[in-house]
Design a protein around this ligand. Structure first.
Ligand code: HAM
Length: 440
């Protein structure tokens, strides 16, 4: 049987691969203006990093993890042996938990440190039912801002996210920014209890999953995809009516910073996000076009307890992640594709076999000087090299013929105007660069 890419994965080829590269660069340079530095953590971690970080009762951990087994750990399991917890590994479904693990392990943000900011761009893995905009391997760009408890940090992170979306061609009027506060350890337990009671009171009208969540993690019911459940839950108590004074003030202040910066947002008291580490501010950017039933192109929030949960000193944190594949779909549907492409500048053609070695040397000299060069490796005729040159997108062709070589020159021809000149071998790099970068 023919070999195929696993379900829910895609090959990023051509424009898509280039878009991923350019989008990473765009994010890194946009976020660098706010002080973000690159972090890369392993693609797989101990399963416990995700269980403790994201929460066992979330769909991401409870249903969607890809476990990683070496041959020897698999053999142990088959033989009925137990693995040590450090040998139970999983592919990362998101990056925040791994970043928090790295911060604690490396003491990257000691208690007296100034705010430390991390940016990443990497593939993530969730075993979901694949559909439009929902993959098993997908790519995220994310940012984590560590050590800043103040609401201005929340507003800064949200503004940076919106600015980035606009900068890559998603029109402002196509985005909806939803915000909410999830409270903290003071006020959330009472809210959780009130949702538990609401679920039990409405058990007959809710799906079995939601009813089960009453005992495991009642707030997860808000993530249920069932439209009937959503209808019932729309009359459930709102967290914003039950926030403690500190959380209420924090939330109001975040909104005041957004208002002062003229950022439009919608308060959505049922926005709980699918990961358990959030405290206080949560937010999501949604679009209504191009994504099928998926609408979130990015989201995040504050996680003031996560680093402590991993054994670190109490350290506040917040951040977001953006889904690359979804952004690309939205850009194709409603935006303007703004990323560049990698192109060839010059094609070097050999007139016959006697000049192939010299053509090869010229190509190398040009590449050393930073010119993008293509040449033939299939022994093609000059005519078919010309066709290849046209297809390559090169702006110029250098034609290396035996007679010209004897006189110490080659032909340099513009593929747009077909104008041609003879260039001395010693001047090839300077002439090619001049024609490429200085001509109109
Ligand atoms: P998340 O909402 O789970 O948050 O994922 C962020 C974004 O990743 C989503 O808005 C979506 O665009 C994209 N995404 C998620 N799952 C898939 C999928 N199966 N296929 C395609 N795209 C997907 C997080 O991951 C948090 N770590 C964000 C965060 C950072 N919170 C604080 N810091």
């Amino acid at each position: 049987m023919a070999l195929r890419a696993p379900k829910g994965t895609t090959d990023l080829i051509g424009r898509d691969g280039e878009a991923w590269h350019f989008m990473q660069q765009a994010a890194i340079s946009c976020f660098a203006k706010y002080g973000y530095k690159i972090i890369e953590t392993p693609t797989f971690e101990q399963l416990d990093v995700f269980v403790r970080g994201i929460g066992e009762a979330t769909d991401v951990v409870g249903k969607e993890m890809f476990l990683v087994n070496s041959t020897s750990s698999l053999n142990k399991l088959v033989a009925g042996e137990k693995l040590k917890s450090e040998d139970v590994l999983a592919l990362r479904p998101e990056m925040t938990a791994g970043v928090a693990r790295a911060i604690v392990e490396g003491n990257l943000v000691p208690p007296d440190a100034t705010t430390t900011k991390f940016v990443y761009a990497a593939p993530m893995y969730r075993h979901e039912r694949p559909q439009k905009g929902r993959l098993r391997e997908f790519h995220q760009i994310g940012a984590e801002c560590i050590g800043a408890p103040e609401p201005s940090a929340d507003a800064e992170v949200i503004i940076m996210l919106i600015q980035f979306f606009e900068s890559i061609g998603i029109p402002k009027d196509k985005m909806r920014l939803l915000v909410n506060s999830m409270g903290d350890d003071n006020c959330r337990p009472a809210y959780r209890q009130s949702i538990r009671e609401f679920i039990l009171d409405h058990a007959g009208a809710l799906c079995p999953d939601c009813v089960r969540r009453a005992d495991t993690n009642p707030l997860r019911a808000f993530d249920c995809k069932n439209a009937d459940c959503q209808q019932v839950l729309s009359s459930a108590p709102k967290i914003t009516d039950m926030l403690c004074l500190e959380c209420k003030e924090h939330y109001q202040s975040v909104k005041a910073f957004l208002d002062a910066s003229k950022v439009e947002y919608i308060e959505e008291p049922r926005l709980v996000r699918g990961l358990d580490y959030y405290t206080r501010t949560v937010f999501e950017v949604q679009v209504s076009e191009g994504l099928g039933s998926q609408s979130a192109i990015g989201g995040g929030g504050r996680y003031d307890k996560l680093i402590q949960e991993f054994g670190g000193k109490p350290t506040p944190g917040l951040g977001f992640a953006i889904g690359f594949e979804r952004i690309l779909m939205v850009i194709d549907a409603v935006g303007t594709y703004k990323f560049g492409t990698y192109g060839i500048d010059v094609y070097v053609a050999a007139v016959d076999d006697s000049t192939r070695a010299q053509s090869f040397a010229i190509a190398r000299e040009l590449r050393d000087a930073g010119v993008a060069v293509e040449l033939d490796h299939q022994n093609r005729s000059l005519k078919s090299q010309f066709k290849h040159a046209d297809k390559s997108g090169a702006a110029h062709i250098i034609i290396v013929g035996p007679d010209e070589l004897n006189q110490g020159v080659v032909k340099l021809r513009s593929l747009a105007t077909r104008e041609e000149e003879l260039v001395k071998l010693n001047d090839i790099v300077a002439s090619a660069k001049d024609r490429l970068f200085n001509s109109e």
